[in-house]
Design a protein around this ligand. Structure first.
Ligand SMILES: *[C@@H]1O[C@H](CO)[C@@H](O)[C@H](O)[C@H]1NC(C)=O
Ligand SMILES: *[C@@H]1O[C@H](CO)[C@@H](O)[C@H](O)[C@H]1NC(C)=O
Length: 475
């Protein structure tokens, strides 16, 4: 939490009230709707395994079979998936085909001990309570990271990368499911093996489990799929993004990357000749280029590592976005790492605004500009101009927040720096966030005044020195 006395006091009372109301509400919901009163009529699950980030699309048609109305629907995840969950989103679907509307819903984890199979539960809050006998259609998106296990664990330069994916043929759910089907999409047709849970069919890049009829709550049937996946397993172990606001007209961004290829480890020696002469078979799972999406009107871009500037980068852009393509010094194979820094400037007027209450705010994008990458640890530091007060951040999802003071040249009191931290970040979290603060324009004059007085003192000193005769003369 950000510490700001004024705001704290102002926010405390409504916040407490809200907390009280919501906790009352929560207790009421939990006690009035035991899971048994819902049944799933149809469930369809599509699991996309084409990248190294696993995306699960779940469509549920739920019916309220209880005596009272229901205000939430629960979804369950096995503990291994809950541990690697980066995003969970839900929406309710209303109307059919052309008139279909998608309304986003709140999803919150619930702490419940002793669920069968160690299932972790998430509660989807419905917009309006579901009456007895009514049905609703829900769509749930789950994004899982680090869920494909390379096997074999080590491969040579000319070998393809094979991975394991583990799941259940039956959708884990706290409810009875009448009909369900699961589809797995693999990157290509090279599937080494898969568990058969009748009926199971494979056609092209699709593996179909089901249709399964009438399964009781918490049914689980483990499956293991072994297939080829040469998608670049680009993982940023740590990313620190520094966003420095200068009221002199620009926003300076510095990004420190610690990148690793998290696929099957490379074994044997690396032959650059073979790599360059047979690019289609040699190092199929390696990558040598990375693409970053940056805001439009980006300028003064640099890309360097501990050795110095790396010249191999290309910038192109239009009025909506800029694309920066970078090439590390060497292609990355499984287990190899690259550490580099990317810096750029942006016009301040595109990101800094004034809110109706007179505060200024920065509106910037959360997440990582690298596409299709997992960031294990992300830190965003927003360095505000010296003299700004009452900083506070608004982020659309839970993040760790705190305040620091950083110093740069000519700073006297230091700059408020808002630090935001999140683990397990994927590009679906690249949403706008805001940092609000107050600023007195008189501070803009502080640095020039300081410089001017320093120069004045220096010259005054010089003049005094030249005019004072310090020599010892015999009279
Ligand atoms: C690296 O590039 C930046 C920006 O283009 C430039 O300002 C800097 O002088 C370069 N440094 C070296 C060591 O070449
Ligand atoms: C922040 O910017 C995004 C577009 O980049 C815009 O959709 C959003 O409304 C802005 N938010 C605020 C609070 O200005």
């Amino acid at each position: 939490m950000l510490k700001s006395a004024m705001e704290g006091r102002l926010l405390l009372r409504p916040l407490l009230l809200l907390l009280l109301i919501s906790s009352l509400f929560f207790i009421k919901i939990s006690s009035s709707s035991p899971p048994q009163q819902i049944q799933i009529l149809t469930a369809e699950r599509r699991i996309d395994l084409t990248s190294h980030i696993v995306r699960v699309f779940l469509t549920l048609k739920a019916e309220n079979t209880g005596a009272s109305q229901a205000s939430e629907v629960l979804v369950a995840l096995p503990p291994t998936q809950a541990e690697h969950l980066a995003v969970i989103k839900a929406a309710s679907i209303e109307g059919k085909r052309k008139k279909k509307t998608v309304l986003p819903l709140d999803v919150n984890p619930i702490e419940l001990a002793d669920t069968p199979n160690g299932a972790c539960l998430y509660s989807i809050s419905l917009l309006k309570p579901l009456k007895t006998g009514d049905t609703t259609t829900l769509e749930v998106l789950l994004i899982l990271t680090h869920s494909l296990e390379p096997f074999p664990k080590e491969i040579g330069q000319s070998e393809s990368q094979l991975v394991y994916y583990r799941d259940s043929a039956l959708i884990l759910s706290p409810y009875h499911i009448r009909e369900q089907t699961t589809y797995l999409k693999t990157p290509n047709t090279k599937v080494e093996s898969y568990t058969v849970v009748d009926p199971t069919n494979r056609a092209g890049t699709e593996l179909k489990y089901g249709r399964y009829d009438s399964h009781p709550p918490y049914s689980y049937s483990p499956i293991l799929v072994h297939f080829e996946n040469n998608h670049p397993f680009a993982v940023v172990e740590e990313l620190v993004r520094e966003v420095e606001v200068s009221h002199w007209g620009s926003l300076q961004i510095t990004e420190h990357y610690k990148l690793v290829h998290a696929g099957a480890k490379h074994n044997g020696i690396f032959s650059r000749v073979e790599y360059q002469s047979r690019p289609s078979v040699s190092g199929a799972s390696s990558f040598k280029r990375l693409l970053l999406t940056l805001p439009p009107r980006v300028h003064s871009v640099y890309y360097r590592d501990e050795i110095g500037n790396i010249s191999s980068s290309h910038l192109r852009g239009d009025s909506y976005k800029s694309e920066l393509e970078i090439e590390p010094r060497y292609p990355l194979f499984g287990g190899w790492k690259a550490t580099f820094v990317i810096g750029y400037g942006l016009p301040l007027q595109d990101f800094l605004f004034e809110s109706s209450d007179g505060r200024r705010y920065l509106n910037f994008t959360f997440g990582c500009p690298l596409l299709e990458t997992v960031v294990n640890k992300l830190t965003i530091k927003v360095v505000l101009p010296e003299g700004s007060t009452e900083p506070s951040a608004v982020v659309p999802f839970p993040v760790e927040q705190y305040l620091e003071t950083s110093y740069s040249y000519l700073d006297i009191v230091g700059r408020h720096t808002v630090v935001l931290k999140k683990e397990n970040v994927v590009q679906e979290l690249n949403a706008p966030f805001q940092v609000y603060y107050r600023f007195n324009p008189i501070f803009l004059l502080a640095e020039p005044l300081m410089l001017a007085s320093a120069f004045f003192l220096f010259f005054a000193g010089c003049i005094a020195y030249l005019h004072v005769d310090l020599s010892i003369r015999k009279s």
